[in-house]
Design a protein around this ligand. Structure first.
Ligand code: FAD
Ligand code: UDP
Length: 366
């Protein structure tokens, strides 16, 4: 059997590529995935208590792209879901992103309008220009106190770096609000796949032109497979046998607990911003809207070792990545796409969008 494409990885990037190539371009593809399952880090499954959990951390789908939303809608129905997060500071819970409620509660204020809160931020912010890193981006908006309280310690735990050592885009993911909107995201489309992510992936990969091999590292089977081109979605440094050195990726360890009560905490995720070794606790029933007498939580401990979950965005790592990227660009029949292969802190929708474009470009002149 000769394949047109060998696809490394069955996460969003690999799966979208396989689906498009098979269904739109009649290509024969082989997807090789080293884990025991499809779905990459978005993989979900029912635990032994019947609760749908995300084994690699909470995944909330949000996008402003109609194209991405329409595309995925071919493979799943949706359940409306807006994610809310609270930050635990000195034993009290505050909305995060920082909003009017956060400021009022923390400082005993009674601001009622956006203008009042904006004036408050203006009075406490420290102007930073240019905004070079994740400390600058927060201090420039809300000053040192809110930065120290809600960002500094959490960031240090998550990345083992001070915010000043991380690019501005990391803490810049979190907006600062003057209103009392307590949603984590404000995108136009915010939904959870109705039957979970894994079911959506199964439908995408269910095509006669797609073969899948799980539990398989592509390097161990590559020589025995006939194929024309590769779409690679694993870590880019691994592809090149780390020849310029290892790119740092951050990993996580989860502690799972089931509690014999209906709810464990008052929000889907609680971020521990001033104490504890773990960063956050997610209670999965909020995400799945299931009714059940027990509830399952996951406690997240960031770590260096383990499967790569996050690229670590800063200048040093970008320069190292650029070296690999230069090598990657020299290869004519290998395409790198996804969070690990592009070493970018992408959300799911960005990976879907990039992969759709990649496949479109491959066939542009045909
Ligand atoms: P991955 O999902 O990592 O898939 C890559 C696949 O390649 C993996 O399955 C891996 O096992 C496989 N692979 C690697 N090397 C090899 C090899 N040598 N041989 C064979 N297979 C290999 N995004 C959102 O939009 N919303 C969220 O709320 C959100 N929350 C997140 C929370 C956490 C804790 C994490 C870690 C990420 C979160 N994301 C979220 C981001 C989201 O997970 C990614 O954008 C998306 O899953 C990336 O897809 P991918 O295909 O690029 O990578
Ligand atoms: N962050 C923080 N405090 C918070 C929430 C986020 O310091 O309460 C910082 C932290 O550095 C984190 C980054 O902002 O890694 C991005 O947060 P996000 O919730 O997007 O992280 P993810 O869900 O990708 O782990």
């Amino acid at each position: 059997m000769k394949y047109d494409f060998l696809i490394v990885g069955a996460g969003f990037a690999g799966t979208v590529a396989a689906e498009r190539l098979a269904s739109q371009h009649n290509k024969k593809v082989l997807v090789v995935e080293k884990r025991r399952h499809i779905g990459g880090n978005a993989y979900d499954e029912y635990d032994e208590h019947g609760i749908l959990v995300h084994r690699y951390g909470p995944h909330i789908f949000h996008t402003n792209s109609k194209k991405v939303f329409d595309y995925l809608s071919k493979f799943t129905g949706w359940r409306f879901y807006e994610h809310r997060v609270l930050a635990k500071l000195n034993g009290e819970l505050y909305p995060i992103p920082i909003n009017r409620t956060t400021v009022n509660k923390l400082y005993g204020k009674n601001f009622r309008t956006d203008e009042e809160v904006a004036r408050f931020y203006e009075s406490v912010r420290e102007k930073r220009y240019p905004v070079k890193n994740s400390e600058d981006v927060i201090v420039n908006q809300v000053g040192k106190d809110l930065y120290e309280k809600f960002f500094r310690f959490y960031t240090k735990k998550q990345w083992d770096l001070d915010p000043s050592q991380l690019s501005a885009s990391v803490c810049g993911r979190i907006p600062v609000r003057t209103n009392d909107d307590d949603r984590y995201f404000t995108d136009k489309y915010q939904f959870m796949p109705k039957d979970g992510y894994t079911k959506m992936f199964e439908r995408m990969l269910n095509h006669k032109n797609i073969d899948i091999r799980l539990n398989t590292n592509y390097k161990e089977v590559m020589d025995d497979i006939e194929f024309d081109k590769i779409i690679y979605t694993g870590p880019i440094d691994y592809f090149f046998d780390y020849k310029f050195g290892k790119l740092p990726y951050r990993s996580l360890r989860f502690e799972w607990e089931n509690h014999n009560k209906e709810f464990y905490q008052p929000a889907a995720s609680v971020n521990y911003v001033d104490s504890e070794k773990f960063t956050r606790i997610t209670e999965y029933k909020y995400l799945s809207a299931q009714k059940s007498k027990t509830t399952t939580i996951a406690i997240e401990y960031p770590q260096k070792e383990g499967d790569p979950y996050y690229p670590v965005p800063n200048d040093k790592n970008r320069l190292l990545y650029e070296k690999y990227k230069t090598e990657a660009d020299k290869l004519s029949d290998v395409y790198f796409v996804g969070r690990l292969a592009e070493y970018k802190y992408y959300n799911m929708d960005q990976v879907v969008a990039n992969t759709l474009v990649l496949v479109e470009k491959l066939f542009k002149n045909h």
